[in-house]
Design a protein. Sequence first.
Length: 131
Amino acid sequence: VKKGDKIAGLTVTEIGQIPGTDGPLSQKNVRVKFSGDIQLKGEYSYEFSDLAGRDQACFDVTDLTEQAKLPSLGGNNYSFCFNNIDQAKTAFGPGYGSGKAEITIRSFELQHGPAEVSNMAELVKVISKNK
């Protein structure tokens, strides 16, 4: 994989190791950033994360057809958290909760690391949701 490659309709904009990690760039220590928008169906959750120590809004793509829209490095991780948490809180709130939704994302970041890391994306809009 290299900068400029297209994967699942998205363009690779950057490849590097996960910030703050030791060791060389490898399949077990890599962050790949993409440009482009994706429309996805799946399940959202908005809650306080003990592990992260803060509110988190995340999305899980469970349907195989929908999973094919996301880039993968051979793993089976089709979930991600939103890096624009304030917009996600507004879209999925008020209050903590979960449900099904159809959304548009951009700036997807695929991460494989030696520690607990999450894929990330920017929430562009919520097309539909139900709790």
